[in-house]
Design a protein around this ligand. Structure first.
Ligand SMILES: Nc1ncnc2c1ncn2[C@@H]1O[C@H](COP(=O)(O)OP(=O)(O)OP(=O)(O)O)[C@@H](O)[C@H]1O
Length: 366
């Protein structure tokens, strides 16, 4: 994953990192390494440890054990604490709250960290103009934060962070306060800025669409541990666990518990696959993508009686969710589909399962 010529240090290397709050382990033996210029997204459900990991990268929290290094230099360690303080680690942090200084103009907000870093007035002015242009906010330079919109404030906050040219950019859910349309626009903007600065970025989000769109590398976190690390497409295609398979991807993938009966794997009474795909397991979980489940009977394919739950139109198709007992199954139909909650419908398995997992959630190699 991080293949690069020998001797070139990873831009960010996290080794066996642990963070404990009392007896509670928030970050649990995490190992991640990314090359220079990577866009690493940390994704996972609420409370999985994303922000805690980012705060350690920023130097705001000390690790309980393990090590973080930037470009080959240790910046935090379990034994040494925060070795380089936040200002010395050449990393810029963007939070979801913009925290601009209200009494300073946009230009002065951006210029301030350069002044602190003792840049000359001429260099400061040139750099402020450069980042204002990069963020498309040159016209706002003399306004105060109260005189610009939330989206514009976020741009100013980003401009202020990138102004000192940090080699590492850290983002903690920076778009979560923006409306849906602005989020999509800012997502592309952030990717453009990432490319323009050449910085290595770490981006925290619980939004898997954001993760899959922006990342060169994704780490899926679950209760403090890295469940899987890799390129977005590899995680989608080859999820290592049921957690990753159901957390990533829209619509979500379906998992059906099955047991062996003779040469078949059955769900309830319905044969769904050849038992050979589960090796010698007597019970397993089968993964079916939503696009592989259709609505209505299909000749020659297994089908199940279900209860309609909801329908959501997406790009000319409809994502249909139905319940079979207490198992939620999502399928896709072309065009629009309408039914009342509780209506009986038929679900068909159009293709063989995409993957097989143990009952514990680990992928079975095929
Ligand atoms: N200072 C603290 N003291 C005690 N527990 C903490 C502290 N900070 C975080 N935690 C706990 O550590 C776990 C991870 O928190 P963290 O904020 O890193 O999660 P997260 O993945 O960023 O969540 P969210 O998406 O909700 O922001 C949570 O269970 C949280 O309650």
């Amino acid at each position: 994953m991080t293949a690069q010529p020998a001797g070139i240090a990873d831009a960010i290397k996290i080794t066996d990192l642990v963070k404990q709050f009392g007896a509670f382990t928030a970050v649990d033996h995490v190992d991640i390494a990314v090359p220079k210029g990577a866009f690493l997204v940390l994704v996972g459900p609420s409370g999985c440890g994303k922000s805690t990991l980012l705060r350690m990268l920023a130097g705001l929290d000390e690790p309980s054990a393990g090590e973080i290094s930037f470009l080959g230099n240790t910046v935090s360690s379990g034994t040494g604490g925060v070795v380089a303080d936040p200002r010395q680690r050449n990393a810029g942090l963007v939070f979801q709250s913009y925290a601009l200084w209200p009494h300073m103009t946009v230009a002065n907000n951006i210029s301030w960290p350069l002044k602190v870093a003792k840049w000359s007035k001429a260099d400061r002015d040139a750099r402020v103009n450069e980042v204002l242009a990069l963020l498309g906010i040159s016209a706002l330079r003399d306004r105060y934060p109260a005189e610009i919109s939330g989206g514009q404030q976020q741009r100013v906050a980003i401009a202020r962070t990138i102004a000192p040219k940090p080699s590492i950019l850290l983002f903690d859910e920076p778009l979560s306060n923006l409306d849906a349309k602005l989020r999509i626009e800012m997502r592309s903007e952030l990717m453009r800025i990432h490319r323009a600065t050449g910085a290595t970025s770490v981006y925290v989000t619980h939004d898997q669409v954001e993760a899959m769109t922006m990342a060169t590398h994704v780490a899926v976190l679950n209760i403090g541990r890295v469940e899987q690390f890799g390129a977005p497409i590899d995680l989608l295609r080859e999820p290592a666990t049921t957690f990753v398979a159901t957390f990533l991807g829209t619509p979500p993938a379906n998992l059906l518990p099955v047991v062996r009966r003779g040469a078949e794997l059955i769900y309830g009474d319905l044969p769904l696959a050849d038992a050979a795909i589960a090796g010698n397991l007597d019970s397993a979980q089968l993964l079916f993508r939503a696009q592989d489940i259709g609505i209505g009977r299909v000749e020659g394919r297994p089908s199940l009686a279900a209860t309609f739950s909801e329908a959501a139109p997406i790009a000319g198709q409809t994502m249909v969710t139905a319940m079979v007992g207490d198992v939620r199954i999502t399928g896709m139909v072309d065009g629009y589909f309408h039914a009342m909650p509780g209506d009986p419908i038929e679900l068909s398995f159009l293709r063989d399962p995409d993957a097989v997992f143990t009952t514990g959630g680990e992928r079975v190699a095929r």
